[in-house]
Design a protein around this ligand. Structure first.
Ligand SMILES: [Zn+2]
Length: 414
Protein backbone atom coordinates (compact mmCIF):
# COMPACT_ATOMS: atom_id res chain seq x y z
CA UNK A 1 0.00 0.00 0.00
CA UNK A 2 1.27 3.42 -0.94
CA UNK A 3 0.67 6.13 1.60
CA UNK A 4 0.51 9.75 0.37
CA UNK A 5 0.83 11.12 3.92
CA UNK A 6 3.98 9.12 4.47
CA UNK A 7 5.38 10.36 1.18
CA UNK A 8 4.76 14.00 2.14
CA UNK A 9 6.34 13.40 5.55
CA UNK A 10 9.37 11.78 3.96
CA UNK A 11 9.75 14.65 1.48
CA UNK A 12 9.50 17.29 4.21
CA UNK A 13 12.10 15.50 6.30
CA UNK A 14 14.27 14.88 3.27
CA UNK A 15 14.40 18.55 2.35
CA UNK A 16 15.24 19.63 5.87
CA UNK A 17 17.54 16.76 6.79
CA UNK A 18 21.12 17.79 7.34
CA UNK A 19 22.71 14.83 5.58
CA UNK A 20 22.21 15.86 1.99
CA UNK A 21 23.73 12.63 0.66
CA UNK A 22 20.84 10.56 2.02
CA UNK A 23 18.20 10.19 -0.66
CA UNK A 24 14.45 9.90 -0.14
CA UNK A 25 12.69 6.56 0.21
CA UNK A 26 10.99 6.92 -3.22
CA UNK A 27 14.42 7.51 -4.78
CA UNK A 28 15.78 4.39 -3.10
CA UNK A 29 12.70 2.48 -4.27
CA UNK A 30 13.60 3.38 -7.88
CA UNK A 31 17.19 2.35 -7.26
CA UNK A 32 16.23 -1.01 -5.74
CA UNK A 33 13.63 -1.67 -8.46
CA UNK A 34 16.32 -1.17 -11.09
CA UNK A 35 18.43 -3.72 -9.24
CA UNK A 36 15.65 -6.33 -9.24
CA UNK A 37 15.19 -5.90 -12.99
CA UNK A 38 18.80 -6.91 -13.56
CA UNK A 39 19.12 -10.47 -14.84
CA UNK A 40 21.48 -11.65 -12.12
CA UNK A 41 19.04 -10.92 -9.27
CA UNK A 42 16.40 -12.80 -11.23
CA UNK A 43 18.83 -15.69 -11.67
CA UNK A 44 19.42 -15.75 -7.90
CA UNK A 45 15.67 -15.77 -7.25
CA UNK A 46 15.19 -18.56 -9.83
CA UNK A 47 17.84 -20.59 -8.03
CA UNK A 48 15.98 -20.11 -4.73
CA UNK A 49 12.67 -21.11 -6.38
CA UNK A 50 14.22 -24.33 -7.68
CA UNK A 51 15.56 -25.29 -4.25
CA UNK A 52 12.63 -25.03 -1.84
CA UNK A 53 12.93 -28.65 -0.79
CA UNK A 54 16.65 -28.62 0.00
CA UNK A 55 16.38 -25.30 1.83
CA UNK A 56 13.63 -26.71 4.03
CA UNK A 57 15.58 -29.91 4.74
CA UNK A 58 18.70 -27.97 5.70
CA UNK A 59 16.64 -25.59 7.89
CA UNK A 60 15.28 -28.58 9.80
CA UNK A 61 18.68 -30.29 10.04
CA UNK A 62 20.24 -27.22 11.69
CA UNK A 63 17.25 -26.79 14.01
CA UNK A 64 17.61 -30.38 15.22
CA UNK A 65 21.13 -29.64 16.51
CA UNK A 66 20.22 -27.97 19.80
CA UNK A 67 22.60 -25.14 20.73
CA UNK A 68 22.01 -23.79 24.25
CA UNK A 69 23.84 -20.50 24.89
CA UNK A 70 27.48 -21.31 25.58
CA UNK A 71 27.20 -24.71 23.90
CA UNK A 72 26.92 -23.66 20.27
CA UNK A 73 29.92 -25.59 18.89
CA UNK A 74 28.18 -28.67 17.41
CA UNK A 75 25.76 -26.46 15.48
CA UNK A 76 28.56 -24.07 14.47
CA UNK A 77 30.68 -26.98 13.19
CA UNK A 78 27.80 -28.20 11.03
CA UNK A 79 27.28 -24.72 9.55
CA UNK A 80 31.03 -24.37 9.02
CA UNK A 81 31.04 -27.62 7.02
CA UNK A 82 28.41 -26.11 4.71
CA UNK A 83 30.23 -22.78 4.38
CA UNK A 84 33.44 -24.64 3.38
CA UNK A 85 31.73 -25.66 0.13
CA UNK A 86 30.86 -22.11 -0.89
CA UNK A 87 34.31 -20.80 -1.99
CA UNK A 88 34.25 -17.92 0.47
CA UNK A 89 37.27 -15.73 1.08
CA UNK A 90 37.64 -16.39 4.79
CA UNK A 91 36.01 -18.69 7.34
CA UNK A 92 37.15 -18.58 10.95
CA UNK A 93 36.08 -18.54 14.59
CA UNK A 94 36.92 -15.55 16.77
CA UNK A 95 38.04 -15.89 20.39
CA UNK A 96 34.43 -15.74 21.66
CA UNK A 97 33.32 -18.61 19.41
CA UNK A 98 31.47 -16.63 16.74
CA UNK A 99 31.69 -18.26 13.30
CA UNK A 100 32.62 -15.67 10.67
CA UNK A 101 32.49 -16.06 6.87
CA UNK A 102 33.54 -13.33 4.45
CA UNK A 103 32.42 -12.91 0.84
CA UNK A 104 34.77 -10.23 -0.41
CA UNK A 105 33.60 -7.50 -2.74
CA UNK A 106 35.36 -6.24 -5.84
CA UNK A 107 36.62 -3.24 -3.88
CA UNK A 108 35.69 0.32 -3.03
CA UNK A 109 32.42 -0.64 -1.32
CA UNK A 110 31.23 -0.72 2.27
CA UNK A 111 31.59 -3.57 4.78
CA UNK A 112 28.16 -5.00 5.55
CA UNK A 113 27.68 -7.42 8.43
CA UNK A 114 24.78 -9.89 8.49
CA UNK A 115 24.31 -11.58 11.85
CA UNK A 116 22.18 -14.56 12.84
CA UNK A 117 22.59 -16.11 16.27
CA UNK A 118 23.49 -19.75 16.80
CA UNK A 119 22.15 -20.22 20.30
CA UNK A 120 18.77 -21.36 21.60
CA UNK A 121 17.10 -21.04 25.01
CA UNK A 122 16.48 -24.78 25.33
CA UNK A 123 18.12 -27.00 27.91
CA UNK A 124 21.19 -29.08 27.05
CA UNK A 125 20.32 -32.60 25.97
CA UNK A 126 16.86 -31.74 24.64
CA UNK A 127 16.14 -34.01 21.66
CA UNK A 128 14.62 -31.87 18.92
CA UNK A 129 12.59 -33.50 16.16
CA UNK A 130 10.74 -31.27 13.72
CA UNK A 131 7.21 -32.10 12.55
CA UNK A 132 5.39 -30.59 9.58
CA UNK A 133 1.67 -29.96 9.55
CA UNK A 134 -0.68 -27.44 7.93
CA UNK A 135 2.12 -25.69 6.07
CA UNK A 136 4.14 -25.10 9.24
CA UNK A 137 7.22 -26.64 10.79
CA UNK A 138 7.03 -27.26 14.54
CA UNK A 139 10.30 -27.49 16.46
CA UNK A 140 11.90 -25.55 19.33
CA UNK A 141 14.30 -23.04 17.78
CA UNK A 142 12.96 -23.38 14.22
CA UNK A 143 12.30 -19.65 14.14
CA UNK A 144 14.60 -18.11 16.75
CA UNK A 145 17.02 -17.97 15.15
CA UNK A 146 17.45 -20.93 12.77
CA UNK A 147 15.22 -19.47 10.08
CA UNK A 148 17.67 -16.63 9.72
CA UNK A 149 20.74 -18.89 9.77
CA UNK A 150 19.19 -20.82 6.89
CA UNK A 151 18.32 -17.58 5.10
CA UNK A 152 21.98 -16.52 5.18
CA UNK A 153 23.22 -19.89 3.91
CA UNK A 154 20.64 -19.93 1.09
CA UNK A 155 21.50 -16.37 0.01
CA UNK A 156 25.22 -17.19 -0.15
CA UNK A 157 24.48 -20.14 -2.45
CA UNK A 158 22.13 -18.02 -4.58
CA UNK A 159 24.68 -15.18 -4.89
CA UNK A 160 27.31 -17.69 -6.03
CA UNK A 161 24.97 -19.55 -8.37
CA UNK A 162 23.93 -16.26 -10.06
CA UNK A 163 27.59 -15.11 -10.10
CA UNK A 164 26.62 -11.88 -8.33
CA UNK A 165 29.56 -9.69 -7.42
CA UNK A 166 29.20 -6.88 -4.91
CA UNK A 167 31.46 -3.85 -4.49
CA UNK A 168 31.52 -4.10 -0.72
CA UNK A 169 32.34 -7.06 1.52
CA UNK A 170 29.56 -9.19 2.95
CA UNK A 171 30.53 -10.48 6.37
CA UNK A 172 28.31 -13.26 7.72
CA UNK A 173 28.55 -13.69 11.48
CA UNK A 174 26.94 -16.64 13.25
CA UNK A 175 27.00 -15.35 16.81
CA UNK A 176 27.06 -17.10 20.19
CA UNK A 177 25.22 -16.15 23.41
CA UNK A 178 22.61 -13.77 22.00
CA UNK A 179 19.90 -15.14 24.29
CA UNK A 180 21.85 -14.56 27.51
CA UNK A 181 24.24 -11.63 27.33
CA UNK A 182 24.72 -10.70 23.63
CA UNK A 183 28.38 -11.33 24.42
CA UNK A 184 29.03 -12.82 20.99
CA UNK A 185 27.87 -9.71 19.15
CA UNK A 186 29.40 -7.37 21.73
CA UNK A 187 32.81 -9.03 21.31
CA UNK A 188 32.58 -9.06 17.51
CA UNK A 189 31.57 -5.40 17.40
CA UNK A 190 34.28 -4.50 19.91
CA UNK A 191 37.00 -6.22 17.87
CA UNK A 192 35.83 -4.82 14.53
CA UNK A 193 34.76 -1.29 15.45
CA UNK A 194 35.74 1.16 12.75
CA UNK A 195 35.69 -1.57 10.09
CA UNK A 196 31.90 -2.04 9.87
CA UNK A 197 29.69 0.29 7.83
CA UNK A 198 26.30 -1.33 8.46
CA UNK A 199 25.16 -4.14 10.75
CA UNK A 200 22.05 -6.19 10.01
CA UNK A 201 20.93 -8.46 12.84
CA UNK A 202 18.57 -11.12 11.55
CA UNK A 203 16.44 -12.12 14.51
CA UNK A 204 12.67 -12.35 14.49
CA UNK A 205 10.81 -10.20 12.00
CA UNK A 206 9.53 -10.67 8.47
CA UNK A 207 7.48 -7.78 7.12
CA UNK A 208 9.17 -5.01 9.05
CA UNK A 209 12.32 -4.04 10.89
CA UNK A 210 13.63 -2.12 13.89
CA UNK A 211 16.24 0.65 13.89
CA UNK A 212 16.76 1.09 17.66
CA UNK A 213 16.90 -1.12 20.71
CA UNK A 214 14.82 -1.05 23.86
CA UNK A 215 16.60 -0.54 27.20
CA UNK A 216 16.26 -3.40 29.68
CA UNK A 217 17.02 -3.32 33.43
CA UNK A 218 16.55 -6.35 35.67
CA UNK A 219 16.47 -6.09 39.48
CA UNK A 220 15.94 -8.35 42.48
CA UNK A 221 14.57 -6.35 45.44
CA UNK A 222 14.70 -7.79 48.95
CA UNK A 223 12.90 -6.79 52.14
CA UNK A 224 15.04 -7.88 55.06
CA UNK A 225 13.31 -8.36 58.44
CA UNK A 226 13.84 -10.30 61.66
CA UNK A 227 11.86 -13.39 60.60
CA UNK A 228 10.78 -15.76 63.38
CA UNK A 229 8.21 -18.46 64.12
CA UNK A 230 4.59 -17.99 63.05
CA UNK A 231 3.70 -17.51 66.74
CA UNK A 232 6.41 -14.91 67.43
CA UNK A 233 5.20 -11.47 68.47
CA UNK A 234 3.96 -9.25 65.62
CA UNK A 235 5.02 -6.72 64.77
CA UNK A 236 7.62 -7.44 63.53
CA UNK A 237 5.84 -8.93 60.57
CA UNK A 238 6.99 -11.36 57.94
CA UNK A 239 8.95 -9.55 55.23
CA UNK A 240 6.24 -10.77 52.85
CA UNK A 241 3.95 -7.96 54.07
CA UNK A 242 5.98 -4.98 52.75
CA UNK A 243 6.63 -7.07 49.63
CA UNK A 244 2.91 -7.47 48.97
CA UNK A 245 2.22 -3.80 49.61
CA UNK A 246 5.12 -2.71 47.42
CA UNK A 247 4.11 -4.94 44.49
CA UNK A 248 0.58 -3.60 44.61
CA UNK A 249 1.84 0.00 44.54
CA UNK A 250 4.41 -0.65 41.80
CA UNK A 251 1.70 -2.03 39.53
CA UNK A 252 -0.22 1.22 40.03
CA UNK A 253 2.66 3.29 38.60
CA UNK A 254 1.95 4.91 35.25
CA UNK A 255 4.02 3.05 32.65
CA UNK A 256 3.95 5.04 29.41
CA UNK A 257 3.00 3.36 26.14
CA UNK A 258 4.74 6.19 24.29
CA UNK A 259 7.68 5.79 24.33
CA UNK A 260 7.09 2.01 24.41
CA UNK A 261 7.75 0.86 27.99
CA UNK A 262 7.00 -2.25 30.06
CA UNK A 263 7.18 -3.33 33.68
CA UNK A 264 6.91 -6.91 34.91
CA UNK A 265 7.24 -8.56 38.31
CA UNK A 266 7.76 -12.18 37.35
CA UNK A 267 9.45 -13.96 40.27
CA UNK A 268 9.08 -13.77 44.02
CA UNK A 269 10.08 -15.70 47.11
CA UNK A 270 10.00 -15.63 50.89
CA UNK A 271 10.44 -18.07 53.72
CA UNK A 272 11.43 -21.65 52.92
CA UNK A 273 8.76 -23.10 55.21
CA UNK A 274 5.11 -22.46 56.05
CA UNK A 275 5.60 -21.89 59.76
CA UNK A 276 8.22 -19.15 59.59
CA UNK A 277 7.97 -15.46 58.90
CA UNK A 278 10.14 -14.48 55.95
CA UNK A 279 13.36 -12.75 57.00
CA UNK A 280 14.11 -12.15 53.31
CA UNK A 281 11.22 -11.64 50.91
CA UNK A 282 12.23 -10.82 47.36
CA UNK A 283 10.81 -10.15 43.92
CA UNK A 284 12.20 -9.35 40.48
CA UNK A 285 11.47 -6.35 38.29
CA UNK A 286 11.93 -6.35 34.52
CA UNK A 287 11.89 -2.72 33.37
CA UNK A 288 11.96 -1.85 29.66
CA UNK A 289 11.70 1.32 27.61
CA UNK A 290 13.03 2.90 24.44
CA UNK A 291 13.76 5.92 26.65
CA UNK A 292 16.53 5.72 29.25
CA UNK A 293 14.84 8.63 31.08
CA UNK A 294 11.64 6.59 31.52
CA UNK A 295 13.63 3.67 32.92
CA UNK A 296 15.50 5.95 35.33
CA UNK A 297 12.27 7.62 36.42
CA UNK A 298 10.43 4.34 37.05
CA UNK A 299 13.44 2.92 38.90
CA UNK A 300 13.43 6.02 41.14
CA UNK A 301 9.70 5.74 41.88
CA UNK A 302 10.09 2.03 42.68
CA UNK A 303 12.93 2.80 45.08
CA UNK A 304 10.74 5.35 46.86
CA UNK A 305 7.95 2.80 47.29
CA UNK A 306 10.39 0.19 48.61
CA UNK A 307 11.89 2.62 51.11
CA UNK A 308 8.45 3.76 52.33
CA UNK A 309 7.10 0.23 52.75
CA UNK A 310 10.26 -0.93 54.52
CA UNK A 311 10.13 2.06 56.92
CA UNK A 312 6.46 1.35 57.68
CA UNK A 313 7.39 -2.03 59.21
CA UNK A 314 10.90 -1.22 60.40
CA UNK A 315 12.71 -3.32 57.82
CA UNK A 316 15.51 -2.79 55.30
CA UNK A 317 15.66 -2.87 51.53
CA UNK A 318 18.45 -4.54 49.59
CA UNK A 319 18.55 -4.35 45.79
CA UNK A 320 20.60 -6.58 43.46
CA UNK A 321 20.93 -5.25 39.94
CA UNK A 322 20.85 -8.42 37.82
CA UNK A 323 21.65 -6.66 34.55
CA UNK A 324 21.29 -3.33 32.78
CA UNK A 325 21.33 -2.61 29.08
CA UNK A 326 20.57 0.96 27.97
CA UNK A 327 18.22 1.85 25.12
CA UNK A 328 20.28 1.71 21.93
CA UNK A 329 19.67 4.74 19.75
CA UNK A 330 21.62 6.89 17.33
CA UNK A 331 20.30 10.48 16.91
CA UNK A 332 18.63 10.90 13.50
CA UNK A 333 18.91 7.18 12.74
CA UNK A 334 15.27 6.91 11.65
CA UNK A 335 16.13 9.07 8.62
CA UNK A 336 19.52 7.49 7.94
CA UNK A 337 20.68 5.89 4.71
CA UNK A 338 20.37 2.36 6.14
CA UNK A 339 16.81 2.81 7.42
CA UNK A 340 15.58 4.44 4.22
CA UNK A 341 17.14 1.93 1.85
CA UNK A 342 15.88 -0.91 4.07
CA UNK A 343 12.38 0.54 3.84
CA UNK A 344 12.77 0.71 0.05
CA UNK A 345 13.85 -2.96 -0.10
CA UNK A 346 10.81 -3.99 1.95
CA UNK A 347 8.45 -1.93 -0.23
CA UNK A 348 9.91 -3.30 -3.47
CA UNK A 349 9.34 -6.81 -2.03
CA UNK A 350 5.67 -5.87 -1.54
CA UNK A 351 5.71 -5.30 2.20
CA UNK A 352 4.22 -2.29 4.00
CA UNK A 353 6.83 -2.51 6.72
CA UNK A 354 6.22 -1.65 10.36
CA UNK A 355 9.39 0.24 11.37
CA UNK A 356 9.94 0.11 15.12
CA UNK A 357 12.40 1.38 17.71
CA UNK A 358 11.94 -1.33 20.34
CA UNK A 359 14.23 -4.10 19.09
CA UNK A 360 15.85 -6.42 21.61
CA UNK A 361 18.64 -8.37 19.93
CA UNK A 362 22.23 -8.13 18.65
CA UNK A 363 21.38 -4.97 16.71
CA UNK A 364 21.57 -3.12 20.06
CA UNK A 365 25.22 -4.16 20.48
CA UNK A 366 26.06 -2.50 17.16
CA UNK A 367 23.96 0.63 17.83
CA UNK A 368 25.53 1.09 21.27
CA UNK A 369 28.92 1.04 19.53
CA UNK A 370 27.68 3.80 17.19
CA UNK A 371 27.30 1.52 14.14
CA UNK A 372 24.23 2.04 11.97
CA UNK A 373 22.13 -1.10 12.41
CA UNK A 374 18.70 -2.59 11.83
CA UNK A 375 17.10 -5.87 12.81
CA UNK A 376 14.78 -7.90 10.61
CA UNK A 377 14.11 -11.52 9.71
CA UNK A 378 13.26 -13.95 6.94
CA UNK A 379 9.90 -15.39 7.90
CA UNK A 380 6.83 -15.34 10.16
CA UNK A 381 7.08 -17.63 13.19
CA UNK A 382 5.24 -18.08 16.45
CA UNK A 383 5.89 -19.28 19.99
CA UNK A 384 9.56 -18.28 20.26
CA UNK A 385 11.31 -19.66 23.38
CA UNK A 386 8.61 -22.34 23.82
CA UNK A 387 8.51 -26.03 22.90
CA UNK A 388 5.54 -25.22 20.63
CA UNK A 389 7.60 -22.87 18.43
CA UNK A 390 6.61 -23.01 14.76
CA UNK A 391 7.15 -21.23 11.44
CA UNK A 392 5.16 -20.96 8.25
CA UNK A 393 7.12 -22.61 5.45
CA UNK A 394 6.07 -20.80 2.24
CA UNK A 395 6.84 -17.18 3.31
CA UNK A 396 10.45 -18.08 4.17
CA UNK A 397 11.31 -18.31 0.46
CA UNK A 398 10.12 -14.75 -0.08
CA UNK A 399 11.93 -13.71 3.11
CA UNK A 400 15.18 -15.17 1.77
CA UNK A 401 14.76 -13.16 -1.45
CA UNK A 402 14.30 -10.05 0.70
CA UNK A 403 17.53 -10.75 2.59
CA UNK A 404 19.38 -11.31 -0.70
CA UNK A 405 18.08 -8.02 -2.08
CA UNK A 406 19.14 -6.27 1.13
CA UNK A 407 22.63 -7.78 0.81
CA UNK A 408 23.08 -6.63 -2.79
CA UNK A 409 21.44 -3.22 -2.27
CA UNK A 410 23.71 -2.46 0.70
CA UNK A 411 26.96 -3.94 -0.57
CA UNK A 412 26.40 -2.43 -4.02
CA UNK A 413 25.67 -4.67 -6.99
CA UNK A 414 28.10 -4.65 -9.88
ZN1 LIG B 1 16.67 -14.61 18.78
Amino acid sequence: MYRPILLIAVLVIATTFAHAQVKTVPEYIEQVKALTNRSHIQAANDYLDRNHESIMREWIAITEINAPSGQEQPRAKYIESLLRKYHLDDIHYDSTGNLIAVRKGTGGGPVIVFDAHLDTVFQPGLQIKATIRDGKIYAPGIGDDTRNIEALLATIRALNEAKIKTKGDLVFVFTVQEETTMNGAKAFVGENKGKIDQYIALDGGYEGFTYAGIGINWYRHHFIGPGGHTRSQTPPYSASLPLARAIDRIYQLKVPTRPPSNLNIGMLGGSEVVNAKASDAWFTVDLRSTSNEVIADLAKQIKMILDEEAARVGMEVKTDVISTSPAATIPGHRESYLVRISEAVHRVMGFDPPIGNAGSNNSSAALLAGISSISTGAGPCDGAHSLAENCEIEPLYKGIKKILLLEVALAGGE
